[in-house]
Design a protein around this ligand. Structure first.
Ligand code: HEM
Length: 176
């Protein structure tokens, strides 16, 4: 007759919850939205867009080259409603004022406002400690995510200038 030995039961009790936990972690990471920049125009034509992300805009103006220091950029974090909200990625400053619902004070992505938080965008991280400009430690995959975000923003937000005094990278990188 088939019987399950004590150690087998203990092993199952240990393995099943761990497996459930791991599969849950994977599905949370997979559900985090990714920028759409890797989709080619041809792919977009073939299938109807079902994204939760805002579509690209066709009313953007020519990019500006105005210089911003890291210190000046802080004033555009949404805390002063009379000022626009800016997000910088790889030194490019984007005006995200029309999305106060996500970048405004207390909103999910306010940690990206008034600064260059390239590293966090590359890592798909919302941790304040990752919201820094130095992206030199990113893996190849995270570097692609960061570049895709840059493309995503370029298609949706006006470029108002460049950050002129970002701190140098902590490690030499060829990903610039
Ligand atoms: C499971 C977790 C997440 C959910 C459910 C989620 C949900 C969403 C939704 C619904 C939007 C569209 C917002 C809108 O257009 O109004 C969005 C956009 C966005 N998400 Fe997330 N998000 C998650 C995780 C993350 C993480 C970890 C990051 C960190 C980089 C992130 C960064 C962004 C950015 C930058 C946008 C673009 C906002 C824009 O249109 O400018 N998200 N997310």
């Amino acid at each position: 007759m088939f019987t399950i030995e004590g150690p087998v039961i203990y092993a199952l009790l240990l393995i099943v919850p761990v497996a459930l936990l791991l599969s849950r972690r994977r599905s949370i990471k997979a559900s985090a939205p990714k920028p759409l920049a890797d989709e080619t125009d041809k792919e977009k034509e073939q299938k109807p867009a079902k994204s939760i992300m805002q579509p690209p805009r066709d009313d953007l103006v020519a990019p500006k080259e105005d210089p911003y220091t890291v210190e000046q950029l802080k004033a555009f974090d949404g805390s002063d409603p009379s000022k626009p909200i800016y997000v910088a990625i790889k030194g490019t400053v984007f005006d995200v004022s029309h999305k106060t619902d996500v970048y405004g004070p207390g909103k999910s992505y306010n940690l990206f406002a008034g600064k260059d938080a390239s590293k966090a965008l590359g890592m798909s991280s919302l941790k304040p400690e990752d919201a820094i400009s130095d992206y030199s430690t990113l893996s190849e995959g995270d570097m692609k995510t960061l570049n895709d975000w840059h493309t995503f923003f370029t298609k949706r937000y006006n470029i108002v200038g460049r950050v002129v005094d970002l701190p140098p990278p902590s490690v030499p990188t060829s990903n610039m």
